[in-house]
Design a protein around this ligand. Structure first.
Ligand code: NAD
Length: 248
């Protein structure tokens, strides 16, 4: 038997977060990837990964982290928690300028592939969307400042495609559920406990797409493994979903 093929090296920004932890675990379970996590939080969830504590807003931190990587998964975000949602300066610095730092650092270090975690909300301006696809334009009036910064971040990531040998792709999950979620389901439970869920706005038949975190993570790995300069997905954005949206 021949030697096992060499593992590829990847960096997962935001690897201590909800989606990031799913991605790190799946990358390691695949046996094809060696994983380094870059996060501002020193959460060490996975013994098989290397953990670096750093800040996306510091270019020198990002430069040091991407060095020698075959692929960077840029998952980290300043999430729209109750505490952060109105902090525009933080959102812009992390989600837009931080993403630009990742793109620039990848180009400078000769990293060949960058997978950016975007959001389906980049096309949602509050009106019903039926049959939306990747041809749907960005929302002219995004729902909130966080979404505005996800649009700017996605544009920065895709603009990096083809520059300095870098291939990029953006993935747009809608609502994500699963283990380690600290935002969506816990907020619903908290609101219910406070008696804030007694009323239904509209007919109660509004549809919203929810995707299991493990499926979103799998999409990231498949995208990375299919991505190279000139490949069909390079420079493009893709929605990620479980399938047909179900009423909730
Ligand atoms: P999360 O808050 O659980 O994880 C984000 C991680 O980024 C955290 O571990 C945090 O410490 C890290 N981070 C924040 N600021 C940083 C900085 N300055 N430098 C380094 N690390 C920093 O969020 P999540 O739900 O796992 O989201 C992951 C990605 O998925 C994000 O890009 C988000 O926009 C996208 N997304 C999430 C959802 C959802 O429903 N959760 C839906 C659509 C898109």
């Amino acid at each position: 038997a021949g030697a096992a093929p060499a593992k590829q090296r990847c960096l997962v920004t935001g690897g201590s977060g909800f989606l990031g932890r799913h991605l790190v675990q799946q990358l390691l379970d695949s046996g094809r990837w060696e994983v380094t996590v870059f996060d501002i939080r020193p959460l060490e969830g996975e013994e098989r990964a290397t953990y670096l504590v750093g800040d996306l807003r510091k270019r020198s931190d990002v430069d040091a982290a991407v060095e020698g990587m075959d692929c960077v998964f840029h998952v980290a975000t300043a999430a729209p928690t109750a505490h952060n949602a109105h902090n525009h300066e933080l959102m812009r610095a992390v989600n837009v300028e931080g993403t630009q730092n990742v793109v620039d650092a990848c180009m400078a270090a000769g990293v060949p592939r960058l997978v950016y975690t975007s959001s389906a909300s980049v096309v949602f301006d509050g009106r019903d969307l039926r049959g939306a696809d990747e041809g749907t334009p960005y929302a002219a009036r995004p729902m909130d400042y966080y979404t505005h910064t996800k649009i700017e971040g996605e544009k920065a990531a895709l603009a990096g495609n083809g520059r300095g040998g870098l291939a990029t792709v953006a993935l747009r999950p809608s609502g994500i559920f699963g283990e380690w979620d600290t935002l969506t389901v816990p907020t619903i439970v908290r609101n219910a406990q406070r008696g804030k869920m007694k009323y239904v706005i509209g007919s109660g038949r509004n549809e919203m797409d929810w995707t299991y975190a493990g499926n979103v993570a799998q999409a990231h790995i498949e995208a990375a493994e299919a991505l190279s300069l000139g490949s069909p997905l390079a420079g493009k954005a893709y929605f990620v979903t479980n399938g047909d949206p179900k009423p909730f």
